[in-house]
Design a protein around this ligand. Structure first.
Ligand SMILES: Cc1ncc(COP(=O)(O)O)c(C=O)c1O
Length: 381
């Protein structure tokens, strides 16, 4: 049997990882500033994480949501404490798309309405409603097309107000910082406007925190910078440091009912152990603080390169916009300097490293980046 060929891949086989470093099958070391799509939050093979999972595997790996699983309650408690959303309720699932799918569905159950507001260049996942709320027609199959989702321009307050006047809005879904869309930071006043319009119209504010959440920006949720609370936060990626786990946290105003949401695998013992390990390490090693410090340092240093068009982001979610002539920078970083980075179209280098990235590793990247730019000798007019 062959694999279903849907991924353009780099011809590199990673066989080992430690912290922010990974190694290929030839023993070559790479600096990982991508964390496999922003998933590696506490570093590869973190010892506390490995032990937590190992111990759990020896106890029990899985049982379904038909019995008591105290680890789920412990995870909810810990997540409430670390995120500061102590009075929210946790529903566990397995991925970011599933988290958003559940969030959008729950919003509609809550207010009985259908229309969803999403934003241009958004990415919310590949399941039915999540992909319908994703602004990329290429990945929306005919069966996913729906009139229930409308796309508005990014951070356009007037367009948002008008949409609320003209439609019965069920929910607004927004990434605090668009990831796939090119590291675009939502303005504080726009997030505040969403909050006030949702309040006025009994609509649900969904904060997609799958990529920009879980401490990456220096605050637990990037939407926190606006000083508002969303009604539902979706999360995944960094939540399990590689073990598949996702979830939504839900404001106390939304009441659960049996059967409303459900999953076979979500919240299993191993996933919860991974989730606990991540939060324990984040807290013990003050990783949000590190993300703010090392990320702030990187952003400041990157702004000094005159060939860079723009540097965007917060903490360790950074987008470096380059001119077209510098389209080969990512490839050079990977193949000449052995540094993994991400991309966003057309020409944004995305940095999404583990939250315990050291300043020494940040400097190693800056040095390589400087060399790559020098060798291409292009200056932006
Ligand atoms: C903001 C955002 N939401 C949702 C998703 C979907 O997550 P998953 O791939 O785990 O389904 C992603 C994935 O990149 C994302 O960046």
């Amino acid at each position: 049997m062959k694999l279903f060929d849907v991924y353009p891949i780099n011809p590199i086989e990673i066989v080992k990882g430690v912290g922010s470093l990974v190694y290929d099958n030839q023993g070559t070391e790479y600096l990982d500033l991508y964390g496999g799509h922003a998933v590696i939050s506490i570093g590869h093979t973190n010892s506390h994480y490995v032990k937590r999972l190992e111990d759990q595997l020896h106890q029990i790996g899985f049982y379904s949501n038909s019995v008591e699983i105290p680890l789920q309650k412990q995870l909810a408690e810990k997540l409430g404490q670390v995120s500061g959303k102590t009075d929210y309720q946790l529903f566990l699932c397995n991925s970011g798309a599933e988290a958003n799918e559940n969030a959008l569905k729950l919003a509609s159950f809550y207010n009985g309405k259908k229309k969803v507001i999403a934003f241009r260049k958004s990415f919310h996942g590949r399941t039915s409603l999540a992909v319908a709320a994703t602004d990329n027609p290429k990945i929306v199959a005919p069966v996913n097309e729906t009139d229930n989702v409308m796309f508005l321009p990014w951070c356009d307050e007037a367009a948002l107000e008008q949409a609320f006047v003209q439609n019965e809005i069920s929910s607004v879904i927004i990434e605090g910082i668009q990831g796939v869309g090119g590291i675009q930071v939502a303005t504080m006043s726009f997030l505040q406007k969403i909050r006030s319009l949702c309040d006025a119209h009994n609509a649900v504010f969904i904060a997609d925190s799958v990529q920009c959440g879980y401490g990456r920006t220096g605050k637990f949720f990037s939407h926190d910078f606006a000083g508002i609370n969303a009604d539902i936060y979706s999360m995944a990626k960094g939540m399990g440091n590689g073990f598949p786990i996702g979830g939504i946290i839900i404001s106390p105003k939304i009441q659960p009912a049996y059967g409303m949401l459900g999953t076979t695998f979500g919240g299993n013992h191993l996933a919860c152990a991974a989730g606990m390990a991540v939060l324990e390490v984040m807290e013990r090693d003050q990783l949000m603080q590190n993300a703010a410090e090392v990320g702030g340092y990187l952003i400041d240093e990157l702004k000094k390169f005159d060939q860079v068009k723009e540097v965007r982001g917060r903490g360790l979610m950074i987008g470096i916009e380059l001119p077209e002539e510098l389209a080969s920078v990512r490839k050079d970083l990977l193949y000449k300097h052995h540094i993994f980075t991400g991309e966003a179209k057309p020409n944004v280098v995305r940095l999404l490293p583990a939250l315990n990235l050291t300043k020494a590793h940040a400097d190693r990247f800056l040095e390589a980046f400087s060399q790559v730019l020098q060798s291409s000798k292009v200056t932006v007019a």
